[in-house]
Design a protein around this ligand. Sequence first.
Ligand code: FAD
Length: 491
Amino acid sequence: MQTWDTIIIGAGNAAFCAAHAAREKGASVLMLECAPEAENGGNSRYTAGAIRFAYDGADDIRALCPDLSEEQIAITDFGTYTQEQFFDDMFRVTRFRTDPALCERLVTTSRETMHWMRGKGIRFMPIYGRQAFKVDGRFKFWGGLTLEAWGGGPGLVDAHTEIARASGVEIRYETRALELLTDGHAVTGVKVRHRGELQDLRARSVVIASGGFQASPEMRTRYLGPGWEMARVRGSRFNTGEGIKMAMAAGASTYGNWSGCHAVGWDYNAPEFGDLDVGDGFQKHSYPWGVMVNATGRRFVDEGADFRNYTYAKYGRVILNQPDQFAWQVFDAKVTHLLRDEYRIKRATKVTAPTLEELAQKLEGVDPQGFLDEIRAYNAAVDTGTPFDPNVKDGRGTRGLAVPKSNWANTIGDGPFEAYQVGCGITFTFGGLRIDPDSAQVLDNDLAPVPGLFAAGELVGGIFYFNYPGGTGLISGSVFGRLAGEHVLGG
Ligand SMILES: Cc1cc2nc3c(=O)[nH]c(=O)nc-3n(C[C@H](O)[C@H](O)[C@H](O)COP(=O)(O)OP(=O)(O)OC[C@H]3O[C@@H](n4cnc5c(N)ncnc54)[C@H](O)[C@@H]3O)c2cc1C
C-alpha cells in the first residue's frame, strides 16, 4: 500500500501553502478535498484575495507587484505597515487576547511569506478603490491592507492549484476525510470516503487545513450561542468543523475563542451558503458613510468607530442581536458615490426614495416614525464644522447621542436616498486546535505535540478573539500552512 510523506486535508489557501512547502522539502504530498472540483478552493475561493502583511514602504510593494507602472507608483502613497502597526492592530482588535507566540509568528513572518508566495508564482496587485481613495490626484492607502491576489480568491486558488499540480502534488476531489488513523499515539493516515467507498490512506504525517465550523448550524448554535443557526454562511458549505472534530478524537487540544467568529453585515436575502457567482458581493461594508437602523428605526452601533477593516468583522454579531436579526443601511446623495462595488450588484435588497418620509415607508420591518425621529435627532447632532475625509479617521462625529458616530458623520438629508437591508453573514469561526507556534504541529491535552499531526488556516485557535483585522485570514493560512509543510518531514 502506498504511504505518502504527508496527506493534507482540504484544498484552500492554507492547504496549498502547506503542500508547496512540503514539496520544497522533497515530501510526497496528497491533498484530499471533499468538494467537487467545480466547487474547489474552500473559503479561500470566496475571498477578494485581500491579504495583510507588514511592509516597509513602496519598495516592498514594488517587489511584490512587478507589473506596477512607474505612473501608478508616482501617484500612490503606499505608506508603511510596520510589524509594530500589525502587532498593534492584532492586540487592539483582539483586546490583547491573541496568543503572543502565534501572533508573533504571524506578524514577523508575514512579509517573507508574501515574498515566498510571489516566488512560487502567486501574483498580487494593490487594492485601489476599496483601500485607497483618490484625493487631490493621489491614492493614499489606509488601514494596513494594501494588496490582493491577482484575480481575487478564484485567481488565488487557481494559481495555487496549478503550482501544486506542476510540482507533483496529487489532489483528490470529492474525497472526504472522516477520521485520523493512529497507532494509538502517532497519526498514521486518514480514513476517507470517495463516492460512497471507504478507504484507509497511509501517511507519515497529516496536515489538517479543512477550515472552521461555520457551515454547521449545529456547531454554530452549540458554540456561538442561540440564534446563530439563523446566520447565513458567506462562503463554502463544506467547512463543517470535521477536521477539528477528528483531531479532537485523536487527542488534540482545543484553543481560542470558541464562542467567537468573524461575521458581517450580509444581504438579508442572501442564500444559505455563499454563491460563487456573487462571491463576496452580498457583503455591505460602506456603513461608515451612512447610518444603520434596526426594526425600531433606531441606530444601534457606532458606524464610524474605526475604518471598516476594524469593525466589519464584529458588526455581523451586533446585527444578529437586533430584533428580527436585520438592519437597514441608509445613505444620502452626498455619499452614494463612495459606496463599494458590492452595492451595485443586481441581487441587492435595496430601496430608494426621493424623500425621507417616502423612504421610511419603504424600509420593510421598520417603525417609520421611529426612523424619522431617529434621523432628525442624528442630523441635529452631526458636527458639520469638521471637514469630511474618507481617507482618514476625520473626527467628524456626533455630539450628545446615546449611540455616537465617531467619524465620517454626515447629515442624512439630501435625496435621493438609498437603503440596503442586511442580516448576519458568518465568515469563519475563531475557536479551533492548539498548535506549536514554531512548527504548526498540533498539541495534545498535555500540550505535547501529537506525532505526525499538523494544522493550519481557519481551524487554528488562539489567533483571533472577538474581532479581526481584515485580510488576516489568508495570511494566517499562508504563514502556518507554510510552517506546517516545512515540518512534515520532521526537524
Ligand atoms: C466571502 C468571504 C470573503 C473573505 N475575504 C477575505 C479576504 O479578502 N482576505 C482574507 O484574508 N480572508 C478573507 N476571508 C476569510 C478567508 O476565506 C479564510 O480565512 C481563509 O480562506 C481560510 O483558508 P483555509 O485554507 O483555512 O480554509 P478554506 O479555504 O475554507 O479551505 C478548507 C477546505 O477544506 C475542505 N474540507 C472541509 N472538510 C473536509 C473534509 N472532511 N475532508 C476533505 N476536505 C474538507 C473544504 O471543502 C475547503 O475546500 C473571506 C471569507 C469569505 C467567506
